[in-house]
Design a protein around this ligand. Structure first.
Ligand code: GRF
Length: 229
């Protein structure tokens, strides 16, 4: 099977990136990570990519405490990122803990569809602090979603979700840890579905896909909600 070329955008620890690296190295998924873009030079994800001999572009927009790196304007970041994605010829762009909102112009110009992993059962809890907000709202279930990225934050077509029950004694930290474990399964699962052509791989089809549509009529409607474990 032809390998899906992934570009992964990160800002932090990169444990989801590591899951994809492990899957690639173990030949568990038909993927090739062609490059990683970080918008922070202190992201540990950079080390993970380097350790796996994956191309890394650090396009930092964060001023470091010692003032060594100047803030990069969003337009400049997006221009460099687009150049890089074109050079790498990525088939799919994966936002894995990428903490910057991308503009509509970037998304339209991007040579590949973009997916994001978000730690909530969208459309609930868009944005930050999702675990604390889920507990505060008294949610009985929480989880994570993989969705198509559009110009509106955390609002594109949801492809898949993984769900778990919120325990009475859960804190934001324990819930985050448990949701993270789900992320490490739902993200590879979703990428496998894309690589195998179960979800549309053509960018135009992705962007046109309506709520509840998948490639084949006989398949369950989106989003696919998985109870893992
Ligand atoms: C994950 O919780 C992901 O859902 C969110 O950012 C976090 C990134 O974690 N978008 P990591 O960098 O992959 O460890």
């Amino acid at each position: 099977m032809k390998k899906l070329k992934l570009a992964v955008l990160v800002s932090g620890s990169g444990t989801n990136l590591q899951t994809l690296i492990n899957a690639q190295q173990a030949n568990e998924l038909p993927i090739e990570i062609v490059g990683v873009i970080s918008n922070r030079e202190d992201a540990y994800a950079i080390e993970r990519a380097k350790n796996a001999n994956i191309n890394v572009a650090v396009l930092s927009h964060v001023t470091m405490p010692d003032n060594t790196v100047k803030r990069m304007a969003i337009k400049t970041f997006e221009k460099h990122a687009l150049d890089q994605l074109n050079e790498w010829q990525a088939d799919l762009v994966v936002l894995a803990g990428f903490m910057r909102v991308l503009s509509g112009d970037f998304i339209n110009a991007c040579p590949a569809p973009i997916i994001n992993i978000h730690p909530s059962l969208l459309p609930k809890f868009k944005g930050l602090d999702t675990h604390a907000r889920a507990i505060e709202a008294g949610e009985e279930e929480h989880g994570c979603s993989v969705h198509i990225v559009t110009a509106e934050l955390d609002s594109g077509q949801i492809l898949t979700q993984a769900v778990l029950p919120v325990a009475n004694d859960d804190t934001a930290e324990t819930l985050q840890q448990r949701v993270h474990q789900l992320e490490y399964q739902i993200l590879p699962f979703t990428i496998a579905m894309i690589a195998k052509g179960v979800f549309a791989t053509d960018k135009a089809e992705y962007l046109d896909v309506q709520q509840g549509e998948v490639v084949a009529e006989c398949l369950p409607k989106l989003p696919w909600k998985l109870q893992i474990g």
